[in-house]
Design a protein around this ligand. Structure first.
Ligand code: PGA
Length: 254
């Protein structure tokens, strides 16, 4: 396995139910990571736990913290929303943007693009999620993902383009029992690189880390990382919020 840093992003979604459980998972991750040199681990807890988890993480300086969702504007009368600057001020360093579960609520590529810009402007590294809902035989899904990338990155100034992380998450793989065929993931990862190269040039394409997400666990992660050399890590849902599964996942990549 390559010794370049693997980026693991834990998307906790609306779990766990208590701050005690959240602290317990993050403590466990911290203690496991002490022995793993080549991994960067970002916990994206529910927003109400963000400051607490970030404070604890800052003491240990191992785990990083991200926000699951930000608003496209700097501030405003938006009940229940969180700004990128607020998330940054309590210790978040990453922001998941354009997750399929947010797109399903109506988030458009244009809004995603504004959020990517807002994240960067506020000092957060955006994790731009892209992925098709289904694969059609004409290959239109390739265009869907290419458009999600170009519209998602359309407001990013040239000098910031290498700071965006892209997570490829085919919608049908999120919450599924296992990931799709490796060849399908590999094909799309190469297509994403090609889109980045054609749109922004080879050096940007080289610098943008590409993650895969959807049913990642201790069984699938090491195989995917081994067989898809262009992959730099994973966006993980279920397996990141269960102490045992999360420990197994970290150990499987150690
Ligand atoms: P999953 O979710 O790992 O539970 O499939 C991934 C995601 O939605 O980011």
């Amino acid at each position: 396995m390559s010794q370049t840093k693997v980026l693991l992003v834990a998307n906790w979604k609306m779990y766990p139910q208590t701050i005690e459980e959240a602290r317990a998972i993050s403590r466990r991750v911290d203690s496991l990571l002490k022995h793993v040199k080549h991994m960067r681990f970002v916990i994206c807890p529910p927003a109400v736990f963000l400051a607490d988890i970030a404070r604890a993480a800052a003491k240990k300086k191992i785990v990083l913290v991200g926000v699951q969702h930000i608003h496209a504007e700097l501030e405003g009368a938006h009940t229940g929303e969180i700004s990128a600057g607020q998330a940054h001020s309590v210790g978040a360093r990453y922001a998941i943007v354009g997750h399929a579960e947010r797109r399903a609520l109506g988030e458009t590529n244009i809004e995603t693009g504004k959020k990517v810009f807002m994240a960067l402007t506020s000092g957060l590294t955006p994790i731009l999620c892209v992925g098709e809902k289904e694969r059609d035989s004409q290959g239109l899904f390739l265009k869907t993902v290419a458009t999600q990338i170009t519209e998602g990155m359309s407001l990013v100034p040239q000098h910031h383009r290498g700071r965006v992380v892209i997570a490829y998450e085919p919608v049908y793989a999120i919450g599924a029992p296992k990931p799709p065929q490796e060849s399908e993931i590999h094909h799309m990862i190469l297509a994403i690189r090609k889109t980045l190269t054609q749109t922004y040039g080879a050096s940007v394409a080289r610098n943008v880390p590409l993650l895969y997400g959807g049913a990642v666990d201790a069984t699938s992660a090491p195989q995917l990382l081994h067989n898809i050399p262009e992959l730099q890590g994973f966006l993980v849902g279920r397996a990141s919020v269960d102490i045992q599964k999360c420990s197994d996942l970290i150990q499987s990549l150690s």
